[in-house]
Each structure stands twice: as C-alpha cells, then as structure tokens.
Design a binder for this molecule. Structure first.
Ligand code: C5P
Length: 220
C-alpha cells in the first residue's frame, strides 16, 4: 500500500483461529496460523492507519505500531470487536472463527468411561463479520472466503448475504497456498468489479489488498 493512503483512518482486523472450550483442558479449534491477518495489520500500519488487531491464539508477534487485543473464543472475539467498533473506519474479518462451540463447557475434565461413544453437542457461534455488516452505520467491510469450488459464485453470494463492501477468496483446494501457509493467492470481488492477486507471499499480497481497500474506501 502507498504510505499515507490510510492516514487518519482506523482499521480493525480479526486474525487467527478461535478456541472453543470443551472442558478445563480441552478445546475445538482449527489450523489457522494468523499469518494473513498479521500481514494485513503490518500493511495497514505502513499505509498510515491506526490498527486494532483482534487476535485469537497464534505464535506471532504483533506488528510494531498496532494495538493487539488477544482473545480465545469466538464469543470473546465478538465482544472485543463490538466494544471498539465505533472507532473503526475499515473492518477486515480475517479470523478463522469456529462456526460452532460446545453447548456447555464442563466444569471438570470429562472422564473416560467404558462407553466407546461420546457425544458433544455444538451450538452456533455469532457471525462477527455478519454482525459488523448489519450495524446501522457499518464501517467499510472486507471479508474472506475459503472455497474449494465455484469460488466466484460463492464469494459473490457471501458479499451480498453479509452486506460486505469487498470479499477476498482463497482457493483452499490448491496445495501449499492459503491456510497455514506462507503464500496465498486471492480473487477479490466488490459490487462493481473484481481483481486477481496472483500467488505471492502473504505480506506482498496484504500490501496489494490494503491498497485496493484504501481505493474503494475512498470511492464510497
Ligand atoms: O461464512 P464464512 O465463515 O465462510 O465467512 C468467512 C468470513 O466470515 C471470514 O471473513 C471470517 O473471518 C468471517 N466470520 C466471522 N465470524 C464467524 C464466521 C466467519 O467473522 N462466526
């Protein structure tokens, strides 16, 4: 992104996985590394923005110059986002949020029994990006979509369903790119256009994406 293209703007980015507690020692999660979200935070800082990085548990240092709010569960991430959303001009949902969480978190560690079967009941988590898009006066919103097929169709459907300004889709059926990788490739869609950002390292991609966001944000 060009230095200064986001001067005076506040950008909030969610990144990484969430952890959904099963009992005091166990959780459900996913393989998100947080690399794409952290690269976007760095690129937004470089572009002059004030950056709030709302991050699930990852093994990464916060890029210098950004404020990091550390969260564990989807509910905590949702609360951290909503508490500060009125400050935000541009919201980027890059976190791999668990769609479901255990209906109850047991107080004590679940004991192994003689039964071969254990059933966990899951309930739906809030959709953080969807809730931001549904605000009365929403910030400019960018979402991510990980798809294995019909990428354009699903991405454009999500753009409309979540009332987003922009969506960046990765093809997770390709090996070595996307999830938990150092490189990625993105197809980006907005209401009146699209752009392809070919395979590159995530920081390079993040800089291009932030530049595109800055452009579309200004047009809005
Ligand atoms: O609907 P789907 O999960 O594919 O949408 C992915 C996008 O929505 C990502 O930007 C992700 O960060 C966001 N999301 C969210 N909260 C959820 C689920 C997804 O913010 N509970």
């Amino acid at each position: 992104a060009r230095p200064g293209s986001l001067t005076g703007r506040c950008v909030m980015i969610t990144a990484g996985p969430t952890r959904e507690a099963i009992d005091p020692v166990r959780y459900l999660s996913n393989h998100s590394s947080g690399k794409m979200g952290y690269a976007l935070a760095q690129a937004a800082v470089e572009a002059g923005a004030r950056v709030i990085l709302v991050s699930g548990p990852v093994a990464l240092n916060a890029p210098p110059g950004c404020e990091r709010l550390s969260t564990q569960s989807a509910q905590q991430m949702h609360d951290a986002v909503m508490q500060r959303i009125s400050e935000v001009d541009i919201f980027i949902g890059c976190a791999a949020v668990s769609d479901y969480r255990p209906a109850v978190c047991e107080d004590q560690k679940i004991k192994k029994t003689d039964s071969d079967k254990l059933t966990l009941t899951l309930i739906k988590n809030p959709d953080i990006l969807g809730d931001v898009g549904a605000l009365a006066d929403p910030p400019f919103t960018l979402g991510f979509a990980a798809e294995t097929q019909q990428i354009k169709q699903y991405a454009q459907r999500k753009l409309a369903a979540k009332k987003l300004d922009m969506i960046a889709a990765n093809d997770v059926s390709k090996q070595n790119v996307g999830f938990n990788s150092d490189i990625n490739a993105l197809s980006v869609y907005w209401e009146t256009g699209e752009a392809v950002l070919p395979v590159a390292d995530k920081l390079h991609l993040a800089r291009q994406l932030i530049e595109l966001v800055a452009e579309k944000y200004k047009e809005k």
